[in-house]
Write a protein that binds this ligand. Structure first.
Ligand SMILES: [Zn+2]
Length: 283
């Protein structure tokens, strides 16, 4: 930890108190090994016959290929979350494309099937959508976080010029674990209340709702019960909880969510497995 402490001090000097506090919280969360975090999530998903989608940074994925295979084996899904966790708008179109290609090659080598993409930080520029199409992704799960898209209740497509791009986009709800835990300081009970309220809205609109619940938080023993409770509630009110690819491939839409009242896509980005990598990204 001495390196960690030194880094944390460096951060406090350079980036201020908020980042320092956040780093301390992440240090605490990273004391739970990722094997345990994923196990906690998968066992809840399994008990509900539900599936989770993990957009994962490809350079991180190479550190624990067996853990990713376990996810696939349960029926859940991995998607590309960049090769590195960089903000695409800050790099050139050429570098965005290299990052995407490198991520796809990495997953191909690991034998992990890939259909979807979510840019790091849900951050896109005017070039990113065409690259997503060019590299054959079937869906994107980050464009839906733009303010004008968040409140949508069905899959949608990006129009560029007068052309509709081929891949499917999904609205991404603003109730993320970061917002609920780090910013609003919700208790698990309060999180359940807010998330279930969002599910009620999805049912009412007979639409699709997608959450980004990062495994580093939601997979902790103290929070994994939230996942269990929202699944129980969602099932009770007629929800369907597939992977993003299952929902997209079945061509589900508002007219028919595979025989259910509405569709809920549980996703959570894996940015890094280790605290030292988290710090490296901040530093
Ligand atoms: Zn991320």
């Amino acid at each position: 930890m001495s390196t960690g402490v030194a880094w944390a001090r460096h951060l406090r000097r350079r980036r201020g108190k908020k980042i320092f506090q956040q780093a301390l919280t992440m240090y605490r969360f990273h004391r739970t090994p990722f094997e345990e975090i994923i196990e906690n999530i998968l066992s809840v998903m399994e008990s509900h016959e539900a599936y989770f989608t993990f957009p994962t940074v490809a350079s991180t994925a190479t550190q624990k290929p067996d853990l990713l295979k376990k996810i696939i084996h349960q029926g859940s899904e991995i998607a590309v979350h960049g090769y590195q966790h960089v903000k695409y708008p800050l790099i050139s179109i050429k570098d965005q494309e290299s990052d995407m290609i490198r991520a796809l090659r990495t997953y191909e080598k690991l034998g992990i099937p890939i259909k979807g993409f979510r840019a790091p930080y849900n951050s896109y520029d005017s070039n990113t959508a065409e690259l997503i199409e060019r590299h054959g992704f079937r869906w994107d799960a980050g464009i839906g976080y733009l303010k004008e898209n968040r409140e949508k209740t069905d899959f949608f497509k990006v129009i560029q010029g007068n052309r509709e791009l081929s891949f499917v986009c999904i609205p991404l709800n603003e109730l993320s674990d970061d917002l609920l835990i780090d910013e609003l300081h919700c208790s698990p009970k309060e999180m359940v209340k807010r998330l279930c309220h969002a599910l009620d809205y999805a049912k009412k609109s007979r639409g699709v709702i997608m959450f980004d619940l990062h495994p580093i938080r939601i997979g902790q023993a103290e929070y994994v019960g939230v996942l269990d409770r929202i699944l129980s509630y969602g099932e009770r009110i007629g929800g369907w909880f597939p992977t993003v690819s299952q929902a997209v491939e079945i061509g589900a839409s508002k007219s028919d969510w595979n025989g259910h009242e509405f569709c809920c896509l549980l996703t959570g980005d894996v940015d890094n497995f280790y605290f030292r990598d988290y710090l490296r990204r901040l530093g």
